[in-house]
Design a protein around this ligand. Structure first.
Ligand SMILES: Nc1ncnc2c1ncn2[C@@H]1O[C@H](COP(=O)(O)OP(=O)(O)OP(=O)(O)O)[C@@H](O)[C@H]1O
Ligand SMILES: [Mg+2]
Length: 353
């Protein structure tokens, strides 16, 4: 055994003891060359019976280049995982920007409304009246004899009422604004809470994720007087990237919300159903809103396709991509314009992937 070039004595002992009950050994260790330089080796020892004599046959292979290749492969794999992670982060960031951007649009609308109300406010007229009073040397005569002065008490009463109305409108508009800002905070907080784990697929409770998305919309739904009905049947867990799944449900609810907004308040309805399919689960979001033209059905998932004045046509495209990544699909049905639409998010059950 001393023939083995420089192998560690413990390696030699292992070989000897293993050969007591095995005829073939395969071992990886470090060996040294004559010049004492060390190299990684793969040693194969075979016990052979040659002419009734037991003989040992050794192969020692220098595996430096194989180890180098393995290390390079490991590095490349690590880099690939990091790149995928960065790409995932970018995808999430884009979806957060989209969701928050949409909300910021409505914040802007509220701000403009407040601005308009303040510009047209009755307070301007009130200031004109007080200026007129200030200019009078004899205010008592002005109020009792001047036709303008005589009209002032009546005007003041009217202005008081108008200011009260304006104040109520401003209050309701700032309330809207506060709700929208709270919504932005919720979208960001929820995405942050999912951000670390949420990029990777993990086992998740569908109901919980759908309810998280609905909760984010609850204020807006209430404000828009939309009735949301839930019909959940028990389903197995799914395996998804949580933050992406919530982004999908958020977007489908938002589209449904926008689709019913033109209906009279008492008719606005969104149904959210969860039910099992064979090996899959389905989350179906239906509305009784504007519906989809048959010729548009095939292109609503295309990036940039929108029929809305302030739409981006990003929502459905990103949703379809994300669900596809999770091994699922989104199916759409609509009987045509004015006849509502339903979107089914179908993903594999956790164990069936
Ligand atoms: N529930 C729905 N009812 C009717 N039409 C819908 C519905 N959901 C989507 N659509 C149609 O599909 C189009 C694309 O939807 P998508 O969510 O991708 O973009 P968007 O809502 O227009 O803009 P955004 O990027 O801001 O979401 C919409 O403009 C609309 O025409
Ligand atoms: Mg949308």
């Amino acid at each position: 055994l001393n023939l083995i070039s420089g192998a560690d004595p413990r390696t030699l002992e292992t070989i000897c003891s293993t050969l007591q009950n095995q005829r073939r050994i395969f071992i990886e260790c470090y060996c040294s060359k004559r010049d004492n330089s060390v190299f990684p080796a793969e040693i194969t020892v075979n016990m052979l019976s040659v002419q009734n004599r037991e003989s040992l046959c050794f192969f020692i292979r220098n595996i430096s280049s194989r180890i180098k290749t393995q290390e390079a492969l490991r590095e490349a794999q690590k880099e690939l995982v990091e790149t995928a992670h960065r790409a995932g982060m970018a995808e999430i960031a884009t979806s957060i920007l989209h969701d928050v951007g949409n909300l910021l649009n409505s914040v802007n609308v509220s701000c403009e409304m407040i601005d308009q109300k303040l510009t047209k406010s009755t307070i301007g007229t009130l200031l004109q009246v007080t200026d007129l009073i200030k200019q009078q040397d004899d205010p008592v005569r002005f109020f009792s004899e001047d036709p303008r002065g005589k009209r002032i008490p009546h005007l003041l009463i009217e202005m008081g009422q108008r200011i009260q109305q304006e104040q109520a409108q401003l209050k309701s508009e700032t309330g809207n604004l506060r709700n929208k800002i709270a919504l932005i905070r919720e979208v960001i907080q929820m995405q942050q809470s999912y951000a670390k784990a949420g990029l990777f697929e993990e086992e998740a409770n569908v109901e919980q994720l759908v309810d998280d998305a609905i909760a984010i919309h609850s204020r807006a739904l209430k404000q828009a007087q939309i009735k949301l009905n839930k019909k959940y049947r028990p389903v197995p867990h799914i395996r998804v990237a949580k933050s992406k799944f919530v982004h999908v449900i958020l977007n489908l609810i938002k589209n449904a919300e926008e689709a019913v907004s033109a209906l009279p308040a008492s008719e606005r309805r969104i149904d959210v159903e969860i039910f099992p399919l064979e090996n899959e689960i389905c989350v179906k979001i239906s509305d009784n809103g504007v519906g989809i033209d048959p010729e548009d059905l095939g292109r609503i998932f295309t990036h940039g396709f929108t029929t809305k004045a302030t739409g981006h046509g990003f929502g459905l495209h990103s949703c379809a991509n994300m669900i596809k990544e999770m091994g699922g699909r989104i199916e759409v049905e609509s009987a045509g314009r004015g006849r509502g639409a339903s979107f089914s998010v179908i993903v594999p059950q956790a164990t069936k992937k």
